[in-house]
Design a protein around this ligand. Structure first.
Ligand SMILES: C[S@@+](CC[C@H](N)C(=O)[O-])C[C@H]1O[C@@H](n2cnc3c(N)ncnc32)[C@H](O)[C@@H]1O
Length: 231
């Protein structure tokens, strides 16, 4: 039995991923290049890769969410070049020798990843919009790990209004559906209910994992660590 396992939450932003690991039973320390006042656990402002190379050995497990802009489908609209941090992050995590999980968007160069979807954790339509419309979210995210990870159940995508939480989208359902062909973003309160987050800014929610994803993965990480410790 490991006493209180410590998890290093790299590229932590406002702590969506960190909250899930906390709920799974980890003591969480977050690292971000920007000061994150809303991060709900111990926080260090630093470059994630430099930090893990120096301090990774002090933790029992490591999660990393390098910025996704270089890989996301919206990149075609940007003139800016974004750094591709997945490979250097993986190299640093492998060098740490610790159990790790790297998260990113669909399209990122993750190895043999597990894909999680909002509908694996929530009944589509279980969250209502402010006008009573039943909503579902997708928030597909990929997870690479050196521990075997499983999804709770398959994705379900019934025909229903899809809601997102990201910048540059519209709060008008009809415009989202007819002009933008997607991209509907409900009010902040509804985004909070969809994501299961009540402490973050709207911008923080745009970047965030739903904590339920990492609560599910964190439980598997702990089980693998305990099985390893028993051997
Ligand atoms: C996609 S967000 C992470 C979201 C987080 N996992 C969550 O669930 O809330 C990526 C974060 O990486 C941070 N970041 C970008 N470059 C960084 C670097 N070199 N070192 C540390 N953090 C960095 C950004 O400030 C941003 O907060």
């Amino acid at each position: 039995m490991i006493p209180v396992p410590r998890l290093l939450d790299l590229f932590c932003c406002e702590g969506g991923a960190g909250m899930g690991y906390h709920r799974a039973g980890f003591e969480v320390v977050g690292v971000d290049i920007k000061n994150q006042h809303r991060y709900p656990f111990e926080f260090v402002q630093a470059d994630a890769i430099e930090y893990v190379l120096e301090h990774g050995h002090e933790f029992d497990a490591i999660h990393a969410s390098p910025p996704c802009q270089a890989y996301s489908i919206t990149k075609h609209g940007h003139s800016v070049q974004y750094p591709e941090l997945v490979e250097p992050t993986r190299a640093a995590l492998v060098a740490s020798g610790k159990p790790f999980i790297i998260e990113n968007v669909v399209g990122a160069p993750l190895l043999d990843p597990l894909k999680l979807c909002w509908s694996m954790f929530h009944e589509p339509g279980s969250v209502l919009d402010d006008d009573g419309t039943p909503l579902r979210m997708q928030r597909h995210r990929l997870f690479e790990s050196n521990v075997a990870l499983l999804a709770p159940r398959p994705c379900r995508h019934p025909k229903m209004q899809v809601a997102g939480s990201y910048g540059g989208a519209r709060r008008d359902k009809v415009e989202a559906r007819t002009i933008r062909k997607g991209g509907y973003v409900p009010s902040r309160a509804v985004q909070q209910r969809l994501l299961g987050i009540d402490w973050a800014t709207e911008k923080g929610m745009h970047e965030s994992l739903p904590p339920v994803y990492t609560e599910h993965l964190g439980a598997q990480l702990l089980a693998a660590m305990e099985a390893g410790a028993d051997r």
